[in-house]
Structures are given as C-alpha cells and as structure tokens.
Design a protein around this ligand. Structure first.
Ligand SMILES: Cc1cc2nc3c(=O)[nH]c(=O)nc-3n(C[C@H](O)[C@H](O)[C@H](O)COP(=O)(O)O)c2cc1C
Length: 204
C-alpha cells in the first residue's frame, strides 16, 4: 500500500541515477533484479533513469575525439556527465557479456568521462569530481563465475572507474551459472538477488 492521502511524505535523502544497460530489455534477468531494488530505493531517493538501450551511443571516433579536443562535447553526453557528478547514489544494471559488460556501457562511460565534470587533475594525479558515495552494480552471468573471480571483469572495471570519478564504495549483486540451471533455479536466484538488494536498499 502507498502512503495515505494526508500522510506527510518523508523528504528524499538525495538523487539516485539508474543506468540501465540491459540490452535484452524486458527479457533481461538483470533488469528483473534491478527494477524492484530501484523501486525500493525510490522511497529514499529521487530516481532518474538513463536507459542506454534506447540511445544511439558510439565510442569516440577520430572526428568526435578531435571535436572533444576543441571543447565540443555532444550535448547529451555533457548532460549525462553532470547527472553522474550530481548523483548521491548510482545503480548500474548490466548483463555479463564477453567476461565483462555490454560495449554500450563502456561507450557510455567513454562519452561521459569528461574532464572538469566527472574528474580533473591536480597536477599530480586525477581527482574525482562526483559526489556519489555508493554504487550498486547488478548483473547476471551465464557461466559459473562468482563475483571476485579473476574471469569476472565487470566489478573490477566499475571499481576502477569509481576511483577515477570519485564514486565511493562499489557493491555488486550478481547471480551466476544462469545459462546452465533449470528455470526454477533461475527464478530462485533472481528472487534471492532481489531480496538481497531490497535488504541492502535500507542502508544504501
Ligand atoms: C552477447 C552475449 C555475450 C555473453 N557473454 C557471456 C560471457 O562471456 N560469460 C558468461 O558467463 N555469460 C555470457 N553471456 C550470458 C549472459 O551473461 C547470461 O545469459 C545473462 O544472464 C544474461 O543477462 P540478461 O538476461 O540480463 O540479458 C552472454 C550473453 C550474450 C547475449
């Protein structure tokens, strides 16, 4: 049940950016885990979603790289970079593809990793400019590869990016072996991750 009509709404604790890279759309198990977790978080945070699956994102090319050098950044990328820099919490949902995540997410990161917005340098090293304190990375893997396994290159990348941009602590919620188990087991694993995420949402 939602809040009663005259019940005062609790003020939100900040802004949450939900970056959705679930290329299989509503078929996606990863999205099926992330959506109820983000719904739980929406009681505490103002949620905004960036749906990478509905955007036409390419990596930098010789010409777009040259434009960037002249200070010309695509408007959408600058807007998204500012949303990242301004978010208090970030949730990233992306399936495990080719031992990491879909290339559209890497291309997105490349486009929005902007000097003076998400990071800068102090003459000695790069310094993150984002105010985010916690990132939740939700994924599902086809093979029997747990989080932290050296073959799993999603979490380490997001942790490294958090170092560059200053995003804080990275937590991964993952289900694995999804392509080699029964439909019942798949559902069980998805529910387990949703429960874990909703529990985490109380302190995230
Ligand atoms: C293009 C593609 C690449 C994939 N690469 C891997 C992989 O390298 N390792 C793996 O364990 N699973 C891989 N998988 C399987 C997915 O990780 C698995 O089916 C996952 O649950 C899909 O998530 P989704 O339902 O959110 O799309 C791949 C699937 C696709 C479609």
């Amino acid at each position: 049940m939602g809040p009663l009509k005259n019940e005062p709404q609790k003020p939100k604790e900040g802004k949450l950016l939900f970056i959705d890279a679930c290329v299989r759309g509503d078929e996606s198990r990863t999205r099926g885990i992330a959506v109820p977790i983000v719904a739980a978080l929406s009681t505490r945070y103002e949620v905004e979603k960036i749906d990478l699956t509905s955007m036409d994102i390419s990596p930098l090319t010789p010409s777009s790289y040259a434009e960037r050098g002249k200070g010309n950044t695509p408007e959408w990328a600058e807007k998204a970079a500012r949303k990242i820099a301004d978010a208090d919490r970030i949730v990233i949902a992306a399936p495990f593809w080719d031992m990491s995540f879909p290339a559209v997410l890497k291309a997105f990161f490349e486009q929005v990793s902007l000097f003076g917005i998400t990071f800068e340098d102090n003459g000695k090293k790069c310094v993150g400019l984002c105010k985010c304190k916690k990132v939740l990375y939700v994924t599902t893997r086809g093979m029997d590869i747990p989080t932290g396994d050296p073959r799993e290159q999603g979490t380490p990348y997001i942790k490294a990016l958090s170092y560059l941009w200053g995003l804080g602590e990275v937590e991964t919620i993952a289900a694995w072996n999804m392509d080699y188990i029964s439909p019942e087991k798949i559902e069980e694993k998805i529910s387990g991750c949703v429960i874990e995420g909703i529990r985490l949402a109380k302190t995230f």
